[in-house]
Design a protein around this ligand. Structure first.
Ligand code: FA5
Length: 343
């Protein structure tokens, strides 16, 4: 066969195959065209390839090159037709893509266990008539110490036990310079802010972050949360305080929780107690409490002869840990999804 005839046979095969594949409208037509032009045994391409042997030896190289071009063009037309007929659309689209399958569910987050705990505690205390109040995390010494009856030489004010802000962290003697600010070390600050603005009767809780330079261990973290409680009215007694804390503890931790009140000291309550719960045979402190000290009432302009009240401050992390059986507070702040996704 002359080179001329071989090339023209190739050209007509190419245009015929491409036209047929372009006009194939279903899988059967596609398959018939595939077998006709690219079938391994009797396909038209195979036939033409066989005829290459009868082309003169010196023309065989050009014949082979053109044959390869035509073969590639037909293979591309086959891929296009297949993609089009299986819904893949444009050339190069993934023929295994099935747009009728349901979409992949996106990973959605959920509320952090501490925020869940805060919501739960707020709900329990709300049922006892306590409304939620808020205060700033950056505080001044008046609200964090002075109005809470914590004198200037008290160890709780030591710079080593607090996060004074850089502008004021110039050492012990300058703790009280005008403009000193610190990250609050307790939510008791909110007691002062609420009483300074309102008159009794008062029944509030305040849940939020507090900061202390404590070394992290299984039950301590430098940033943690407290739930402050304050009730001020006439004739409030320690019995009212104990009842509220017991009702709270049984609601949150279960009817079988054992709690105890241990005599203690806080400058802003008198008398004062620490509140402990029993956990796996060990007493764990979950907060401090007591009757509001008369000096605190005087600092906010209340008459301690007229009103009385109680206050408490509970560690939110420890409550959450006891309820969910978490053994190490650091897990709550590790950001480890294997832990967090269990809540
Ligand atoms: C106070 O902070 C007082 N303001 C509580 C109070 C309020 C007493 C009102 C009287 C009246 P205390 O320093 O003991 O008290 O802290 C209270 C609770 O916070 C602790 O019992 C503990 O549960 C939690 N807590 C304290 N330090 C940490 C810490 N580093 N990490 C996690 N929880 C802590």
């Amino acid at each position: 066969m002359s080179l001329q005839n071989f090339l023209s046979a190739l050209d007509s095969l190419k245009s015929e195959a491409i036209a047929t594949l372009d006009s194939a409208t279903d899988a059967d037509a596609f398959e018939a065209a595939r077998v006709k032009y690219a079938g391994q045994k009797k396909g038209a391409l195979k036939d033409v390839q066989k005829q290459m042997g009868s082309v003169a030896a010196e023309d065989r190289k050009s014949a082979g090159m053109r044959f390869n071009e035509v073969k590639q063009a037909i293979e591309a037309a086959l891929a296009d037709a297949q993609a089009r007929l299986t819904g893949g659309g444009e050339s190069g689209a993934d023929p295994t893509f099935d747009p009728t399958l349901p979409g992949v569910r996106p990973m959605i987050g959920h509320i952090h266990p501490i925020t869940q705990t805060i919501n739960h505690l707020t709900e329990i205390m709300g049922r006892m008539g306590f409304e939620a109040a808020e205060g700033p995390e950056v505080e001044d010494p008046h609200h964090n110490f002075v109005a809470l009856n914590i004198p200037e030489d008290h160890p709780a004010r030591d710079p080593l036990d607090n996060f004074y802000l850089a502008t004021a962290a110039t050492g012990d003697s300058k703790q009280n310079v005008e403009g000193t600010r610190l990250l609050r070390s307790q939510t008791s600050t909110v007691q002062i802010r609420v009483m300074a603005q309102r008159q009794p009767p008062i029944r509030v809780i305040s849940l939020g972050r507090v900061y202390r330079p404590d070394d992290p261990d299984a039950t301590h973290f430098p940033m943690f949360h407290q739930m402050e409680g304050l009730l001020v009215d006439k004739h409030v007694t320690m019995a009212n305080l104990k009842t509220v804390l017991r009702v709270f503890a049984t609601n949150y931790l279960g009817g079988d929780v054992e709690i105890r009140f241990r005599p203690s000291f806080f400058p802003f309550t008198e008398p004062s107690v620490e509140v402990d719960f029993l956990w796996d045979g060990t007493w764990i402190e979950f907060g401090g409490a007591g009757m509001v000290d008369p000096n605190v009432f005087r600092a906010v302009g209340y008459d301690p002869e007229e009103v009385s009240g109680f206050a408490f401050g509970l560690g939110v992390e420890r409550l959450c840990m006891r309820r969910h059986g978490i053994k190490d507070i650091r897990d709550l702040y590790s950001g480890d999804m294997r832990f967090l996704s269990q809540f």
